[in-house]
Design a protein around this ligand. Structure first.
Ligand code: TYC
Length: 102
């Protein structure tokens, strides 16, 4: 028996693949925090090598800010706070902020 009818689904459900929003961790320059301290914090909190830490520090120093990492919101906020707290404890004004990536 042949049947030439085709069936089309009445509804097409799109799979919901909402990826969590990503956040940038931004290092801000200031005039007081020693360069070596900035690099040390980047090594400890972000597990950066000396070379990468130096490059990020210098970018912030020259440009005013530097994006260190793009990641999930909770990680971004935790790491930014960890680094800012280390600076505060040492008496330096070094600041890191987070903002959503477009
Ligand atoms: N500008 C600082 C100095 O000249 C060094 C510095 C770099 C501080 C980057 C903060 O995010 C920073 N000592």
């Amino acid at each position: 028996m042949s049947d030439d009818t085709t069936t089309t689904p009445k509804t097409v459900t799109k799979p919901k693949l909402d990826r969590p929003k990503l956040y940038k961790i931004i290092l801000l320059n200031d005039d007081y925090t020693p360069r070596d301290f900035v690099i040390m914090v980047l090594k400890i909190v972000f597990r950066m090598s000396e070379e990468t830490g130096y490059r990020m520090m210098l970018t912030a120093h020259k440009m005013g800010s530097c994006v260190l990492l793009v990641c999930a919101r909770d990680i971004a906020e935790t790491k930014a706070k960890e680094a800012t707290d280390l600076a505060k404890e040492a008496g330096f004004p070094m600041m890191l902020t987070t903002e959503p990536e477009n």
